[in-house]
Write a protein that binds this ligand. Structure first.
Ligand SMILES: C[S@@+](CC[C@H](N)C(=O)[O-])C[C@H]1O[C@@H](n2cnc3c(N)ncnc32)[C@H](O)[C@@H]1O
Length: 215
């Protein structure tokens, strides 16, 4: 990953295909507004803001937003700054609007050119609502000709197979009607991941990625 898009974050060591989204935005060569859903402590928000994009950051976890102590492994706790202080320190708060809410509970009254989300709809807080609602709500805030890019967790353990929020190969297009064109899509093999927030021990993951355009 090039330096511009490497950023300090509690998630910094985990896999992401965000640079593909970042490259795509750069090629558009115009002023773009981006909404990051599940902004966490700014892994994606900070580099987008630094590049001059207008960013709306939506995050429901108060510690990731305001800083504090989090657990990142068995008996391992760290203190984090949180998104708001990071933006202040980097002097990047002017073109970022931070919204401290559960995205599913928000009454959204804005539209953006692009939405990015990374492993959010599979979080347990969203399991009580259909994944179609989550994905549809993201699509609804994207302007015509806008971009929707997501990386997501695929089922790779038995327990995932019972939860529709872990979307399997070739299933993502079920959530897109003909107004959308999926222009890039791929899946990783199953890989090992180190402990991180929410997972205290080493574990396995499989990820999917897509970039879709609103026709
Ligand atoms: C598993 S983390 C993703 C981390 C990501 N891979 C990264 O590198 O930043 C998911 C983040 O999305 C947030 N999130 C999940 N569901 C959300 C919702 N409905 N509304 C707002 N934030 C949400 C969580 O609080 C968490 O910070």
């Amino acid at each position: 990953m090039c330096d511009r898009i490497t950023t300090n974050s509690v998630w910094a060591e985990t896999k992401t295909f965000f640079p593909l989204f970042f490259d795509y935005l750069e090629k558009q060569n115009k002023q773009i507004s981006v909404c990051v859903i599940g902004a966490s402590d700014g892994r994606f928000v900070v580099p987008l803001a630094k590049e001059g994009y207008t960013v709306v950051a939506i995050e429901s976890d108060p510690t990731l937003l305001n800083g504090g102590i989090i657990s990142v492994g068995k008996n391992k706790k760290i203190e984090i700054l949180g998104l708001k202080k990071r933006l202040e320190l980097e002097n990047e708060f002017k073109n970022v609007k931070v919204i401290s809410k559960n995205f599913l509970d928000m009454k959204v009254n804005f539209k953006v050119d692009a939405v990015f989300t990374s492993s959010t709809w599979d979080c347990s807080i969203n399991h009580n609502r259909p994944v179609k609602e989550y994905i549809g709500k993201m699509q609804a805030i994207i302007k015509p000709k806008g971009i929707f890019c997501a990386e997501y967790m695929m089922p790779c353990e038995d327990k995932h197979k019972k939860i529709e929020h872990f979307i399997d190969e070739k299933q993502i297009n079920k959530y897109f009607d003909k107004k959308w064109k999926i222009i890039d899509e791929f899946y990783t093999p199953v890989f090992n991941d180190l402990p991180h927030i929410g997972k205290e021990i080493e574990h396995i993951h499989r990820m999917g990625f897509f970039l879709a355009k609103n026709k």
